[in-house]
Design a binder for this molecule. Structure first.
Ligand SMILES: Nc1ncnc2c1ncn2[C@@H]1O[C@H](COP(=O)(O)OP(=O)(O)OP(=O)(O)O)[C@@H](O)[C@H]1O
Ligand code: SF4
Ligand SMILES: [Mg+2]
Length: 366
């Protein structure tokens, strides 16, 4: 891999939010992101997972310069985002686009669908009024909605259709990177399958790089090339999806993987689980931040912070003092016997894909 393959990177990025000043003592800060290093490759689907409050959305906002790091650097195609001129910042907005979890909240209800999709084109001075109208119709069709939807309003559409409108809007300015913060988690499972497949198709068609934040590891397992697992503001494991799910090396990853539901009572596997809540981010534990919940913690885990290792031959990085010496459980490839629920989910993805192909993508989506 050369540096030209890297489209977006974070180097030692930290983000602290002020959390008020107590009556006595120093001001307090939430360390939402604490020393993150990562390099997203052009054309890949890169996922970020972790429990609520671990800093996923903050990291996504840092990568798109919606907020600025307290420390460290974010680079897009090698250029430090802190050094961008106003013109370059506008160009960055054109090339890095966000898809939100709740398309209804992110779409102005008083604007027609056509105006919403056209807005980024106008903002970036792309096209004439006529060519913009044509582009809006083309984008609507491409995301599986009728061109006439341009004259209607967001509330007239279902959740899945609104997410398609959000995707059309994100695509309008011709981005290179789409960042989705929980882009399908508000949708029904069957509708999720359609939207996940749509994103995969668009990625291939437009040569996009996708960064996807999700709680749902079944979705991630289906769509991601590489996965970063976050815990309390830090990346604890980063690996190709197949490697991470089959043989996690960080105890927290093992617990996340084990939490993928196995509803069939006859299907059993060793269920690693973590006790307790995410610690208070105002006063994170010393040493390994995961140690109060880790069943494998030993003395040095309470004192020394484990650094994220350099990539091994499989491309895996892990931040654990005991990585490699622990015997952790992963998931075998999905079969109906092992995990009916996961197999059902994957069948839904395949069925949605087959239906799209059979109907030439012309079905009215939900
Ligand atoms: N603007 C802000 N001001 C203060 N604290 C913030 C702000 N934004 C986020 N935080 C805090 O930073 C931490 C990380 O929040 P973040 O929203 O990035 O987590 P998340 O992983 O996206 O969670 P979720 O899965 O619930 O969306 C949390 O403790 C949160 O309360
Ligand atoms: S460093 Fe220690 S506490 Fe942290 S995950 Fe590894 S074994 Fe557990
Ligand atoms: Mg979030």
């Amino acid at each position: 891999m050369t540096t030209a393959d890297i489209i977006l990177e974070a180097e030692a990025v930290e983000c602290r939010f002020p959390a008020g000043k107590p009556l006595f003592g120093a001001p307090r800060f939430v360390h939402a992101v604490n020393g993150v290093d990562l390099a997203i490759r052009r054309g890949e689907t890169f996922a970020v997972v972790g429990e609520s409050g671990c800093g996923k959305s903050t990291l996504a906002r840092l990568l798109t310069r919606l907020i600025r790091p307290s420390e460290g650097r974010v680079r897009y195609k090698g250029q430090d985002l802190e050094t961008l001129s106003d013109r370059e910042t506008r160009s960055l907005r054109q090339h890095l686009q966000f898809i939100f979890q709740d398309p209804y909240a992110s779409l102005n209800p008083r604007m027609s669908v056509g105006a919403l999709i056209e807005e980024p084109l106008r903002t970036h001075g792309i096209g004439t009024p006529e060519t913009r109208k044509a582009r809006v119709r083309q984008l609507l069709t491409r995301v599986g909605l009728p061109a006439e939807a341009a004259g209607r309003y967001p509330h007239e559409f279902s959740g899945g259709q609104r997410q398609r409108i959000g995707i059309a809007r994100a695509l309008a300015s011709g981005p290179e990177v789409l960042i989705g913060d929980e882009p399908v988690s508000a949708l029904d499972v069957s509708i999720q399958a359609q939207v996940v497949n749509l994103l995969a198709d668009l990625k291939a068609e437009f040569g996009l790089t996708l960064v996807v934040i999700a709680h749902d590891l079944a979705v991630i397992r289906h769509m991601a090339d590489r996965v970063a697992v976050m815990y309390l503001g830090e990346i604890v494991e980063l690996a190709p999806a197949s490697v991470l799910f089959a043989a996690p090396q960080h105890p927290y990853t093992e617990a996340l993987v084990a939490a993928i539901p196995l509803p069939d009572p006859t299907a059993r596997r060793a269920r690693a689980h973590v006790e307790g809540e995410l610690p208070n981010p105002l006063s994170p534990p010393p040493g390994c931040r995961f140690h109060p919940r880790c069943p494998h913690a030993e003395a040095r885990c309470r004192q020394e912070r484990p650094a994220l290792s350099a990539p091994d031959a499989q491309g895996r990085q892990v931040a654990c003092h005991r990585a490699g010496e622990l015997s952790l459980s992963g998931l075998a490839p999905v079969t109906a016997a092992q995990s009916p629920e996961a197999a059902r989910r994957f069948d839904l993805y395949r069925a949605a894909r087959a239906a799209e192909h059979a109907q030439g993508n012309r079905q009215e989506p939900s």
